[in-house]
Ligand binder design. Structure first.
Ligand SMILES: Cc1ncc(COP(=O)(O)O)c(C=O)c1O
Length: 446
């Protein structure tokens, strides 16, 4: 007769992070920072002295053995964490077969499959057929979209928004309007680009009214090729517009033959808890741009366009490395994870984070606004809640203090912490990060 043996509950070990063994940047980090400073371009920003050695999930380890909770994912990139086994396996398998052949001129299965997958995932369900062009980066996708818009419509003029960030190459930089230092000394830029106020409810800025003024006084909407919109503004300050703003632009575009282009380079691939922010807002663009999280850190981006819009002719646009087979393999593995479990996790963890941050905002008057959806959350810091004057210095000090205590943060806009962790973030990472944040705020506002 089988005897019953009591099953002892297995104790789950407490995570061994955050852990600050030596104040960062420690001695090994300092050596690498000194070498970097000696030889790298002075244009890099280098927010603070994090020198990465490894990571797992939403944990980052530095070269001195310090461990951090990561709330920034290398600027909203590492969607599946730093070395998800499924992504690493896909990359290793592909790397063992071949690294390159050039998708502009030849064929390979990972490219065809990734384009099929992205076309099937395009917003708006299966209502229309989409096609896909693969790039190396976000900026390259933006450049391609500008060319596609001009080529398809036969018009040259473009609209973008205050606070926009679309990249650093020339067309992308012309559309970018977030910080003057990105543009100072680099002109002339593309002609015929108009910037309008972005819808910014906390700042009281109505982005819909501004469009009417432009079309009444300055340019006919019939001459506009495309409108580039981040459906949730990233670098400009994690600004979440009213859904009506995006709906209004959909209507203007429909009425005037303008292409509505969503730059989802930061918002896409599950970050908002849906595959695309377009799905969250219920507005379908004509063209959608993705990069950042798509390859879990491998450089790959894409232009998704409705088939009736992607009308450029053979040979008119291409790229040597875009859609690299290893990047495609990483993207296919990433999309499977995001579709399968990570969208859902982003939604759940996002709700937990927003609730925790709103509680903190009741304790600390320097938090003016908490806004967001999924794991794309902006925390705006102000000197005074009545005037909403940005508290830029405090935001930067908060980043540094959190770093010294084992939490990685990243700012954007004038005084906003952008919370954009890997989508694999768990409840421990949320709760522990919140308590570190609270401790920092208590010390900074004492
Ligand atoms: C919304 C958006 N568009 C475009 C880009 C440019 O992408 P990349 O740096 O890959 O060129 C970025 C990068 O931060 C972005 O956030």
């Amino acid at each position: 007769m089988a005897t019953k043996t009591a099953i002892k509950p297995t104790k789950t070990a407490k995570p061994d992070y955050p852990r600050i063994a030596v104040p960062p940047p420690g001695p090994k980090a300092q050596k690498i920072i000194a070498l970097d400073k000696e030889y790298t371009s002075p244009s890099y920003i280098k927010e603070y002295g994090l020198v990465m050695a490894g990571g797992k999930g939403a944990m980052v380890e530095d070269v001195d053995g310090n461990r951090y909770i990561d709330w920034m994912a290398g600027i909203a990139v590492s969607a599946t964490g730093y070395n998800h086994p499924a992504v690493v396996k896909a990359v290793q398998e592909q790397a063992g077969k071949f690294l390159h052949i050039c998708g502009t001129d030849f064929y390979y299965e990972p490219m065809a499959k990734l384009c099929q997958k992205l076309a099937q995932l395009a917003p708006g369900g299966a209502k229309e057929k989409w096609r896909v062009f693969l790039s190396n980066s976000g900026a390259e996708a933006v450049e391609g979209a500008v060319k596609l818009a001009r080529c398809h419509t036969g018009r040259s003029r473009l609209i973008a928004f205050d606070g926009a960030f679309h990249g650093r190459t020339y067309a992308a930089l012309t559309l970018t309007q977030s910080k003057v230092k990105y543009k100072e000394g680099f002109g002339p830029f593309l002609p015929d680009v108009y910037h309008l106020p972005y819808d910014y409810p906390y700042a009281g800025i109505d982005g819909i009214a501004a469009a009417q003024r432009l079309f009444e006084r300055e340019v006919s909407p019939r001459e506009i090729a495309a409108v580039f919109i981040e459906p949730f503004q990233g670098e400009g300050g994690y600004v979440m517009p009213r859904p009506e703003f995006l709906k209004a632009w959909r209507k203007i575009c429909d009425d005037n033959g303008i292409l509505l282009i969503f730059d989802e380079i930061q918002t896409g691939v599950g970050r908002t808890g849906k595959m695309w922010a377009a799905d969250y807002f219920g507005v379908t663009p004509d063209v959608l741009l993705t990069a950042k999280g798509l390859g879990s850190g491998l450089p790959i981006g894409a232009i998704l366009a409705k088939e009736r819009v992607m009308t450029w002719k053979q040979g008119t646009h291409g790229t040597t490395f875009g859609g690299n087979p290893v990047g495609c393999a990483a993207a296919l593995a990433t999309l499977a994870l995001v579709e399968g479990e990570l969208c859902e996790n982003a939604r759940k963890m996002g709700e937990r984070l927003i609730a925790g941050l709103r509680k903190l905002s009741q304790k600390f008057a320097c938090i003016g606004d908490v806004r967001g959806v999924g794991l794309m959350i902006g925390v705006e810091f102000v000197k005074d809640r009545a005037t909403k004057e940005p508290a830029g210095e405090l935001t930067h000090e908060l980043e540094l203090r959190a770093f010294s205590k084992g939490l990685l943060l990243l700012s954007c806009g004038k005084s906003v912490i952008r919370v954009a962790p890997p989508l694999v973030l768990n409840a421990y990472d949320v709760d522990t990060g919140l308590s570190i944040l609270e401790e920092c705020l208590r010390e900074l506002t004492a």
